[in-house]
Design a binder for this molecule. Structure first.
Ligand code: MN
Length: 217
């Protein structure tokens, strides 16, 4: 089904919480325009088409889909994952200089798990660099409450039941390492993008997600 003919719902493209140029120079406006307005829109349209084609999917929330992804069609894995991941991604970024810092409680958990904030950042960048091909690097809260750095391929994420148990948890930070996320500005230099990206992390939102994940346990 062509995107123009895709059903209008139940899923919709969320508005960006800032202007397309607001993350520059870390992420340029043209990348944001394509990434949000074309790539994310396509995941939403394709997810709506997949849901329309399968009555068993009617009424399922995105979160419910993640929890039982091993039983759902590949189109839902790819496009439902794409929709969840990108909605999350826009929210955990903010214009340079506005995202705040890790909260004292999150910083303590990071130091407890990784030794220091720089050591965590290095581990996260390494996860992004090591992910072969397209995928994501994540900071998750595991079911035991501990933090972990993981990565997933394609549009998978740590909420999906088909991800190995050791890699599963609630994402509180994640970076898109698909080439479409960085290629216009960084070309093939994924490491440069990963290093620069910290300037647009919305720690205020990450802190809130950390507290929510702790309470959910
Ligand atoms: Mn992407």
């Amino acid at each position: 089904m062509a995107a123009a003919e895709a059903p209008a719902g139940p899923f919709t493209l969320p508005p960006l919480p800032y202007a397309e140029e607001a993350l520059a120079p870390v992420i340029d406006a043209e990348t944001m325009k394509l990434h949000w307005g074309a790539h994310h829109r396509a995941y939403v349209n394709n997810l709506n088409a997949a849901v329309a084609a399968d009555p068993a999917l009617a009424g399922l929330s995105l979160e419910a889909m993640m929890a039982r992804m091993s039983t759902l069609p590949k189109a839902v894995r790819d496009n439902g994952g794409g929709h969840w991941n990108h909605s999350f991604f826009w929210a955990i970024m903010a214009p340079p200089g506005t995202g705040g810092q890790p909260s004292p409680r999150l910083l303590a958990a990071i130091i407890d798990q990784f030794g220091s904030l720089p050591a965590f950042r290095k581990a996260f960048e390494q996860a992004g660099l090591r992910q072969f091909g397209s995928g994501w690097a994540w900071l998750i809260v595991k079911p035991d409450g501990k933090l972990a750095v993981t990565s997933t391929a394609n549009q998978d994420n740590p909420l999906m039941d088909l991800v190995p148990a050791a890699e599963r948890g609630v994402p509180i930070l994640g970076n898109d390492v698909w080439e479409h996320a960085y290629y216009l500005s960084y070309r093939n230099r994924r490491g440069d993008y990963l290093a620069k990206w910290w300037e647009v992390v919305n720690w205020n939102d990450v802190n809130r997600r950390f507290e929510d994940a702790r309470k959910r346990r």
